[in-house]
Design a protein around this ligand. Sequence first.
Ligand SMILES: CCCCC/C=C\C/C=C\C/C=C\CCCCC(=O)SCCNC(=O)CCNC(=O)[C@H](O)C(C)(C)COP(=O)(O)OP(=O)(O)OC[C@H]1O[C@@H](n2cnc3c(N)ncnc32)[C@H](O)[C@@H]1OP(=O)(O)O
Ligand code: FAD
Length: 639
Amino acid sequence: MEGGDHLAHERKKAQFDVEAMKIVWAGSRHAFEVSDRISKLVASDPAFRKDNRPMLSRKELFKNTLRKAAYAWKRIIELRLSEEEASKLRFYVDEPAFTDLHWGMFLPAIKGQGTEEQQQKWLPLAYKMQIIGCYAQTELGHGSNSSKWWPGGLGKISTHAVVYARLITDGQDHGVHGFIVQLRSLDDHSPLPGITVGDIGMKFGNGAYNTMDNGVLRFDHVRIPRDQMLMKVSQVSREGKYSQSNVPRQLVYGTMVFVRQTIVADASCALSRAVCIATRYSAVRRQFGSQNGGPETQVIDYKTQQSRLFPLLASAYAFRFVGEWLKWLYTDVTQRLQANDFSTLPEAHACTAGLKSLTTAATADGIEECRKLCGGHGYLCSSGLPELFAVYVPACTYEGDNTVLLLQVARFLVKTLSQLGSGKQPVGTTAYMGQVEHLMQCHCNVQKAEDWLKPAVILEAFEARSARMSVACAKNLSKFTNPEEGFAELSGDLVEAAIAHCQLIIVSKFIEKLQQDIPGKGVKQQLGVLCNIYALFLLHKHQGDFLSTGCITPKQAYLANEQLRALYSQARPNAIALVDAFNYTDHYLGSILGCYDGNVYPKLYEAAWKDPLNDSVVPDGYREYIWPMLKQQLRTARL
Ligand SMILES: CCCCC/C=C\C/C=C\C/C=C\CCCCC(=O)SCCNC(=O)CCNC(=O)[C@H](O)C(C)(C)COP(=O)(O)OP(=O)(O)OC[C@H]1O[C@@H](n2cnc3c(N)ncnc32)[C@H](O)[C@@H]1OP(=O)(O)O
Ligand SMILES: Cc1cc2nc3c(=O)[nH]c(=O)nc-3n(C[C@H](O)[C@H](O)[C@H](O)COP(=O)(O)OP(=O)(O)OC[C@H]3O[C@@H](n4cnc5c(N)ncnc54)[C@H](O)[C@@H]3O)c2cc1C
């Protein structure tokens, strides 16, 4: 079958208004329109071609990225794009580059930690890209005194960096502070005296994150002017006297709160992209199961395929909505900080750290699962999945190793519980801890499978599980005379309690989303199905937690699984429309298996012939290596 829409019959099955769902996914009609227009602009411009990336050498790849970044900047200026549109354009170009760190970390660090004066000096230069900056925190070894190692954009391009280093005045160590440091000449790009800088080498995967110049940096007696220390949180006077503003020291780490929030939003993009590919291909692919000479079964109709794919589809939507909420939380905490209200900073830190950890881990695993869901073809670069995985997987490490971040959440939970005794009522995402006595002894009253569709039932089960796991940790911790020793010894349990708490946040934010007015025929109903799939899939996967804490009975766990199977059947006719609602162009998807028209096989066949190995019928090296071997075998056979 050539041409046409091979998925048209699937699209006809949809029981909801896909156009309305596109608006829900984008967040608003305005966001949808910007996204739609900019993604098409990028897709239609041959300068943004990306299908050749896996074939390029590192040097070619890197130069190509510089070309695209410069061209993107030219288009941003020519078209007078707003900040929102420009950031969408970089997103749809879909190639990690030094600009991610310039716009995503360097600028926010100056905005968050620089004084008014410092912002006035540096921000205009950075906004016009007259300087290019990166964010240099991580070290090669431990401490903050060896070599910086890893910062993106540092290796070859950045002219400046926000460097985190210890501040020592009059022999006294004041801890880690941020400094703006010029690294390279603005005339010929050579490193300034005393500065050694370079790329740290090839990373995982062809193409993938190798478009980024992650770098190493060393200083040898480098002097920077005093006013290049970021001085919003603490200051050093002309006389060398150190002082601190009346704000928490933790604000030094404010950029991380901002970036972790954007990483959660990004997780829903990466996961939805993989899910879109795997869902479309699962509807195209037929394998076995035919009876009486009829067509073979579409693999999406196998229950096992559904039980692997649909929870990922539901997770993509869940991460989208929790990301939206996290953006609100970040905006709220920022406004409060401006009014000198620091009360919600610990919660914002715990939420961004924990949700970054959970969503990136699930997304990295989910992309790999999508590759397997596509069978052998998923392993081809033209499926788009190997590169997506290789680009995405470091998200589990950068901006804080996921386990280290969960330990930060666990500390916050233990602290919240310990403050209950002094009468401090928890608020926000820990408000449920205020009912800890009820949650420690409540019984789930599910009697039939459909009872699991009630939001209040789901919420109470997740709250009880999280509260009981945190309380068990707190009780065990109290047995140690040295709290830090206890924390280290129990860190495995603490991480599990933190996961339970963060899963509760995602489930509860999905449920809250459904309480809003959502226009469009059948849209809310489909989101309800996805919300229940997400919650019951987690409950099924972690049933050990729910059972061992006595939150549910084995019979109720069985009923949850029964309900989950029924939900998969409800999602099935809507699956293609639910991934169409992401509104991804074929360019952005970068996948033959996921192409909109589902015309997979002719495209795969055609793409194979474009591989450089197929430039000639007889490969280079045949005369040199293969021909002599064949002749040798001939002689041996004759003997
Ligand atoms: C491919 C495209 C991707 C697109 C993504 C989308 C956009 C993003 C844009 C760009 C991103 C692109 C690429 C990725 C770049 C990645 C950049 C980096 O990786 S930068 C390096 C990040 N490093 C880390 O995250 C290190 C992790 N470690 C920590 O976070 C540690 O907590 C610490 C900050 C290093 C501090 O450790 P320390 O031991 O000194 O202190 P703690 O005991 O941990 O904490 C003390 C105290 O402070 C509180 N706290 C900690 N962090 C924060 C924070 N961020 N905000 C607020 N508060 C914080 C902590 O809770 C403790 O409080 P208390 O218990 O009350 O004393
Ligand atoms: C692609 C990529 C881009 C990056 N970009 C930047 C950048 O732009 N700027 C920048 O400054 N950095 C950047 N980084 C560095 C990144 O932030 C760090 O790699 C990350 O914070 C983890 O730190 P680490 O590498 O020192 O790991 P480690 O801390 O050495 O972790 C190693 C292992 O030890 C465990 N571990 C560590 N500490 C504890 C603990 N306290 N308790 C229990 N277990 C622990 C971890 O879970 C992990 O399993 C980047 C990294 C990558 C991979």
